[in-house]
Each structure stands twice: as C-alpha cells, then as structure tokens.
Design a protein around this ligand. Structure first.
Ligand SMILES: *[C@@H]1O[C@H](CO)[C@@H](O)[C@H](O)[C@H]1NC(C)=O
Ligand SMILES: *[C@@H]1O[C@H](CO)[C@@H](O)[C@H](O)[C@H]1NC(C)=O
Length: 381
C-alpha cells in the first residue's frame, strides 16, 4: 500500500475522485475522465497535490482508504458487517491503480519481491484476473493478465534463481467454463479454481452445483481450491459449504474456520488428505475470533489435521509476507507446546499440499530442506 500511494499515485495521468460514500477511486487517463455513476468529478492528482499544503497527510489519508489498519479496531469496526464493508471498499479503491496495465506488471513484481524478502520460495495466488486498461482506454482481457503474470514470474525467477515460481488459483464468480479453458491453455500457471467473496452474504457451493459439475461432465480437469467455512455461524447453508467442497473433491479448503465443529467433514478431509488454509490474522481482523487462543484451529492442530498457513490479504491488514501469520499460528494457535517441529511441519506442509506436480514438489522440498538446515544450524543448539 505504501508503494501504491508513494510510487503509483505519483505517476503522470493519475486521476482521483472522492465518492459520496467516502471512498476513493483512481484512474489513469490521457484525458480528463468523464463523470460516471460513482464519480462526479475527477481531479488530476498532480494538480491536487500542488494545491495542498500537507502532501504527507494527504498520502496517509489515501493509504487509509486502501487498508483496514487502525489504532482502534474495536471502536472503528464494531461488527463483521462494518469491517467487511470497509474491506470490500478497499479492494474497489485499489482496483483503479492495480488494473492499469503498466502498473500491474510492476505491482506483481513488487509483490513477489516482498514475499521473497520474507523467505517465501513459491506462491499460489488467488486472483480474479481482472481486465486491465491502458492510458488510451484500451482494455485487455483475462488472458492478457494471465500472460503478464506468467511473464513477470519468469523474469522474477530469472532474477532470483532460488524462487521456485508462482501459480494462480483463478477465482471468478462461477465462471467454471472459462476457468477450464484457462487451465487447459496455461497448465503451468493455472493451479485451479475458487470462488471468493464474503461467504456469509453470498451463495452456497450447492447453489452452483451444476456449474461446478461441468469439469467432471466434460471429462476436463479443473482442480478446486474452495474457500469454505469462513463463518462462525453454525447451522446455516453457508456452514454446509465445507462438506460440499469436499464432495466436489477440493484440493484444499480456504479458511475452513468452521471445520472443527463438523466431525464428518473433518474425518472426510483427513481421509482425503485435504489441508485447511489457516489465515489467523485475517480471521482476527474480520472478527471471526478475537483471541487466537480460542481459534478452532487449535483443535485441528492438536489432532494433527492437515494444515497450511496463508496470509489472505496482508497489505489490507497492514502486514506483509507470511511471517506475521506464522508467528500468530505458532504463538496463538500452537500454544506453549509448539516448538521447532511445529514450524518445520507447517513449512513443509506448504510444499506437501501445494498444487505443484510431484517432481517439482520433490525439487522444492530439497531446496527448502537445505535452507531449513542452515536456519537451524545458525539459530539453534
Ligand atoms: C516506482 O516503482 C518502480 C517499479 O518498482 C521503480 O522502478 C521506480 O524507480 C519507482 N519510482 C520511484 C519514484 O520510486
Ligand atoms: C470426486 O472424486 C471421486 C473419486 O475419484 C469421483 O468418483 C467423483 O466423481 C468426484 N466428484 C466430482 C464432483 O468430481
């Protein structure tokens, strides 16, 4: 977010607009953009900043639109609805910057750099593959975006040979057919499919059952990585998503917050060796749990349930990379008996439960083990 504001919004032709619902929109345009439904008047940021006495204060206010970070989370976000509203607004606000084609390249490279600095060797990224735009208004489709991610990853791995690569979990609303095609055309880059958004206010997996049965009907392969059970309401339709995700042969379960209270799903997940993607900070910020020692994953971890750690949307939470979430998983969820073995298992699980083909998993594990042994030798015993 710091880079988006301090670098990207300072680029030429960047327009800003403040909306009636106190959000913000950005647009790169060769000419002043015309008004649209959510934006009556656009101002060139360069001109606006010239008129302001306090550019630092202004930049900080822009950053606040792009993250959930606040000194007073309980006061500012009294319940899940309020925090989700701000969360979704922040995505919309950032979109005008990130979907500008030249920015997307830099943004993705910059993102990989941040992860690499946090010692991450390999990335599986959920992305809706937004369409992107040029200064003259030209629009690129999703295939362009996927190709760009592929090119940037290739450049990044060339610049950083110890980085193994990145794959995308395509998360588009129920556009299964499109995802099948993308996976067919880009098997190295597309790991599979997911649907994202706030589960509690969205449709169930069961509702999309016909679309989700398409790959099996067509004899196509489209691995699923479903978000499921990101809820603390028991007994709702949404609460059933975990079981449906498993019956649709999901490869992992995003969040799986509700899993601990569904014994049958838990047993099935264990039998099928389907890991949950635990996102401790996200669950805390989005108000599923306040004290992480009460997180249902404490139960899963004590039972040795398959588990990996994810940071969900770190830049929105004011964190970066994955270390913050590993710390929370270790201290908050692992408890006093968590030890070096806990960290080792969680890190190894990242590779074990990845979407990589077997030979790349093996390669990744070997590379990781070398780094792990060096880390232990340097820091321990
Ligand atoms: C903005 O970011 C780009 C890409 O990371 C970098 O090349 C450029 O030097 C940065 N510009 C400034 C003014 O920091
Ligand atoms: C899930 O996998 C099982 C076992 O391979 C298979 O019989 C079933 O058809 C699959 N279900 C779907 C919805 O693809």
């Amino acid at each position: 977010v710091d880079w988006l504001v301090k670098n990207v919004t300072y680029r030429p032709h960047c327009y800003v607009c403040f909306t009636w619902d106190s959000s913000v929109r950005f647009l790169f345009s060769a000419r002043p953009p015309p008004p649209r439904w959510d934006c009556f008047s656009w101002q060139l940021l360069q001109t606006l900043r010239g008129k302001l006495g306090d550019p630092t204060g202004f930049d900080n206010s822009l950053m606040q639109h792009l993250t959930l970070f606040t000194q007073d989370p309980d006061g500012e976000y009294p319940n899940q609805d309020v925090v989700w509203e701000k969360f979704e607004k922040a995505f919309i606000a950032a979109a005008g910057l990130i979907t500008h084609a030249p920015v997307l390249r830099d943004y993705f490279y910059k993102g990989l750099e941040e992860l690499h600095q946090d010692n991450i060797m390999y990335l599986e990224l959920r992305s809706g593959l937004s369409r992107t735009y040029e200064l003259d208004g030209t629009i690129h489709d999703k295939v362009w975006t996927l190709k760009t991610l592929q090119e940037v990853t290739t450049k990044f791995t060339a610049d950083h040979p110890d980085f193994l690569g990145a794959r995308v979990i395509v998360s588009v609303k129920a556009a299964v057919q499109e995802a099948i095609q993308l996976q067919k055309d880009f098997p190295d880059v597309v790991a599979g499919f997911d649907m994202v958004g706030r589960e509690d206010s969205g449709r169930t997996l069961w509702y999309f059952r016909e679309a989700l049965s398409l790959p099996a009907e067509l004899g196509a392969t489209l691995p699923y990585f479903f978000h499921a059970g990101e809820t603390d309401d028991e007994g709702t339709d949404i609460d059933q998503n975990i079981l449906d995700a498993l019956l649709f042969n999901t490869s992992r379960i995003g969040h799986g917050y509700a899993l601990a209270r569904h014994p049958l799903s838990k047993e099935l997940a264990k039998k099928k060796n389907v890991a949950v993607e635990l996102c401790p900070i996200s669950n805390q910020v989005l108000k599923l749990v306040s004290d992480l020692r009460n997180h249902p994953a404490t139960v899963l971890m004590s039972e040795g349930h398959p588990m990996v750690i994810s940071s969900d949307d770190p830049s929105l939470f004011g964190t970066s990379g994955l270390s913050y979430d590993f710390y929370q998983a270790f201290v908050g969820i692992g408890g006093f008996k968590a030890n070096l073995g806990t960290l080792k298992e969680l890190a190894a699980n990242s590779i074990r439960y990845s979407s990589l083909p077997a030979h790349l998993k093996e390669k990744g594990h070997v590379a990781w083990e070398t780094k792990w042994d060096a880390f232990v030798a340097d820091n321990c015993c």
